[in-house]
Design a binder for this molecule. Structure first.
Ligand code: GLN
Length: 541
C-alpha cells in the first residue's frame, strides 16, 4: 500500500486543538489496523523548540532520539502509543538552514534559489522522508499556525503540490465557529472566510472540522457545505469535551473514520476501539478523588498557560490515576509562598502527595526544598522529576548529612558543597555559550539496582527513559549520601551517573534525573507515576 497523506490545517483562531484532532484521526485509523505516524510543521524560524519559553509556548517535548519539540508531538505519542522521532518536526528554521547550506555547497550551481521550488522541494522531501522511514500506511501532517499567517504559506504551497504530483492526499481544515452571547447561535462566516483563504493557496479541503462549544446542527452544516464547497456529510463536529481522549470516539459518531477511507478509495472497516471506549467509560464514572500537589514556581505564568507548561506531567498523573480508578485533582502550589512564611507549608497537609517537576533557574528553589523536607519528614508521598530529584539530594545533604549550604551549582555557584554539579561535557559546551540542543537529551539506558523501590516499580533491571538536563548528582558525594541512607537505585550502565534516588522507610519517596512523564501513555501509565498514585491512595485509606 502506498503511503497516504492527510494534511491538517487550522482556521479563524489559533489554539483550536489541531494536535488533538490530528491524534484522533490517527487513532481512528489505528483502530482499523493501519500503521500511522504523524508529523508537525512549526512555521517559526527557531530550529527546534529547545530555546523557546515554555510559559509562552507550552512545554518542550523530548523525543526518544533527543529532539526538543513542540508539545503536539507529545499528544501524538500519548494517543497513538508510538515513539515519534525528531525528524517528524519540521520548522522553517530547519528548511531554510538546509536550503542555504545546499546553496553554499554548490548543489544548486547556476540556479536562482527561490522559495518555489527550492524551499517547497525541501519541505516535500522532508515529508516524504517521514513516509519512507516510518513505512506508515498513513502520514498525518499538521501544519501549525492559522491559514492566513505569512509564515505558513510555503508549507501550504508544498501541501498543494503534493496532490498535483499525484500523491494520495487529503486536506482536513479545522476552523472555529464562534457563538456570540448576544446572538445565541453559532456563526459560520469566519469558517467560510478561512476556507476561502485556503482556496487562495489552491487547497480545497476534503473535510471541514467545525470546532465549537457544542455539536454543529444541520443548519450550520448545510451552510458550511454550500459556501465552502464540501459535502454536508464531510462537515464534522469537534465540540468542547471534558476529556480529550474521547475525540476519536466522538468523530466515530459521524463515521469520520470510514469517510476518510472512502475518500482514499478504501472500503469501510469496523474500528476495534472497545478497550479505549471501556477505559474512558470507566473514567467517566469515577467518583473517588486524589489530590496531587505540583510544587513549582508560577509567578511568570498566566492562569491560562499553566497547564500547557506542565502538560506531560498532568497527562501522566491522569493516566496513572485513571488506571487506579481515581479522579485526580491537581493543586498548583507556589513554592515561593513557603519562603515568605514557613507556616504556609501546612497546605501540604491537604494533598495526598506532591510532585516537584523539572525546572531551570533559581526562583522558588528554597521553597521547593522546604516542601521536599516536609514530605520526607511527614511521610507524604513524593515524586521528584529531574530538578525535583536534584533538590531532594540537596535537602538530604543539608538536613540529614549535615552539609550546611549544600546546593546545586546551577543555583549557587559558590556553594561549599556542590552536591549537584554540571555534567563534565556540559562545562565545555557552556564555555562556548552554545544553548540550542546541547543538554543531555533523549532516551538513555538506565541500570536499576535489584531490591529497590525503583526495581519493584519497573519490574526490570534495565529501562530506557528520556532526559533533558545539564546538571548531575556530583559523584564525589554519592558515598556520603549513601552512608546516611539515601539509596541510588538507578544509574548509567557504566555506573558513573546516578539517575534515580530514593529513601527507604518512607511510604514513597523517589526522584529521577529523567522525565518519566514523557513515556506515559493513556492505557500504559509510567511505573513511577503509577507507584506514586498507589502510594497517595494508601495514604487516603
Ligand atoms: N536545571 C536542571 C538541569 O539542567 C534540571 C533540568 C530539568 O529539570 N529538566 O540539570
Amino acid at each position: 500500500m502506498p503511503t497516504r497523506y492527510i494534511f491538517i490545517t487550522g482556521g479563524v483562531i489559533s489554539g483550536l486543538g489541531k494536535g488533538i484532532v490530528t491524534s484522533s484521526i490517527g487513532k481512528m485509523l489505528q483502530f482499523r489496523g493501519f500503521k500511522v505516524t504523524a508529523c508537525k510543521i512549526d512555521p517559526y524560524i527557531n530550529y527546534d523548540a529547545g530555546t523557546l519559553r515554555p510559559t509562552e509556548h507550552g512545554e518542550v517535548w523530548v523525543t526518544e532520539d533527543g529532539g526538543e519539540i513542540d508539545q503536539d508531538l507529545g499528544h501524538y505519542e500519548r494517543f497513538l502509543d508510538i515513539n515519534i522521532p525528531k525528524s517528524h518536526n519540521i520548522t522553517t528554521g530547519q528548511v531554510f538552514y538546509e536550503v542555504i547550506k545546499k546553496e553554499r555547497e554548490g548543489k544548486y550551481l547556476g540556479q536562482t534559489v527561490q522559495p518555489i521550488p527550492h524551499v517547497t522541494d525541501e519541505i516535500k522531501r522532508r515529508i516524504r522522508e517521514v513516509a519512507e522511514k516510518s513505512k506508515a500506511d498513513f502520514v498525518l501532517v499538521e501544519i501549525g499556525g492559522t491559514v492566513g499567517d505569512y509564515e505558513n504559506v510555503l508549507f501550504l504551497e508544498a501541501a498543494r503540490q503534493m496532490r498535483l504530483e499525484k500523491e494520495d492526499v487529503l486536506y482536513v481544515h479545522v476552523a472555529y465557529l464562534p457563538m456570540p452571547k448576544s446572538l445565541g447561535e453559532m456563526k459560520t462566516k469566519a469558517v467560510q472566510h478561512s476556507v476561502r483563504e485556503l482556496g487562495n493557496f489552491g487547497i480545497q479541503p476534503d473535510f471541514i472540522i467545525g470546532r465549537a462549544d457544542t455539536y454543529l446542527d444541520d443548519v450550520r452544516k448545510k451552510k458550511i457545505a454550500l459556501f465552502c464547497n464540501v459535502n454536508e456529510e464531510d462537515v464534522i463536529s469537534d465540540p468542547e469535551i471534558d476529556n480529550i481522549y474521547k475525540l476519536p470516539l466522538i468523530f466515530e459518531e459521524e463515521r469520520f473514520g470510514d469517510k476518510i477511507l472512502s475518500k482514499f478509495g478504501l472500503p469501510p472497516i469496523k474500528p476495534r476501539n472497545e478497550k479505549w471506549k471501556r477505559f474512558l467509560e470507566k473514567v467517566d464514572n469515577l467518583t473517588e478523588t486524589l489530590k496531587i500537589g505540583i510544587v513549582g514556581k508560577y509567578f511568570d505564568i498566566g492562569e491560562f498557560r499553566l497547564p500547557d507548561s506542565y502538560i506531560s506531567v498532568i497527562e501522566a498523573i491522569k493516566h496513572a490515576s485513571w488506571h487506579n480508578s481515581r479522579k485526580p485533582i491537581i493543586e498548583w502550589i507556589d513554592s515561593k509562598t513557603f519562603e515568605e512564611e514557613k507556616g504556609n507549608l501546612s497546605v501540604l497537609d491537604e494533598v495526598d502527595g506532591i510532585i516537584v517537576p523539572g525546572g531551570f533557574g533559581t526562583t522558588g528553589i528554597e521553597g521547593k526544598i522546604m516542601a521536599i523536607r516536609y514530605a520526607r519528614e511527614n511521610n507524604l508521598p513524593f515524586l521528584g522529576l529531574c530538578l525535583g530529584l536534584q533538590l531532594a539530594v540537596v535537602e538530604f545533604a543539608r538536613n540529614v548529612c549535615g552539609l550546611e549550604g549544600a546546593n546545586s551549582t546551577e543555583i549557587d555557584p559558590d556553594t561549599p558543597h556542590p552536591v549537584i554539579d554540571l555534567l563534565p561535557e556540559q562545562k565545555k559546551i557552556l564555555k562556548k555559550s552554545r544553548y540550542g540542543a546541547t543538554m543531555r537529551l533523549g532516551g538513555q539506558i538506565i541500570k536499576i539496582k535489584p531490591s529497590t523501590l525503583a526495581h519493584r516499580l519497573y519490574g526490570r533491571t534495565e529501562i530506557i527513559e528520556r532526559f533533558r538536563h545539564r546538571y548531575e548528582i556530583n559523584p564525589e558525594y554519592v558515598g556520603l549520601l549513601e552512608d546516611h541512607g539515601f539509596v541510588f537505585s538507578g544509574m548509567t550502565p557504566d555506573g558513573r551517573i546516578m539517575q534515580i534516588g530514593e529513601i527507604p522507610n518512607h511510604p514513597f519517596f523517589i526522584g529521577s534525573q529523567f522525565h518519566p512523564e514523557f513515556t506515559s501513555r493513556v492505557l500504559r501509565p509510567n511505573p513511577l507515576f503509577n507507584g506514586f498514585i498507589k502510594a497517595c491512595m494508601e495514604r487516603t485509606e
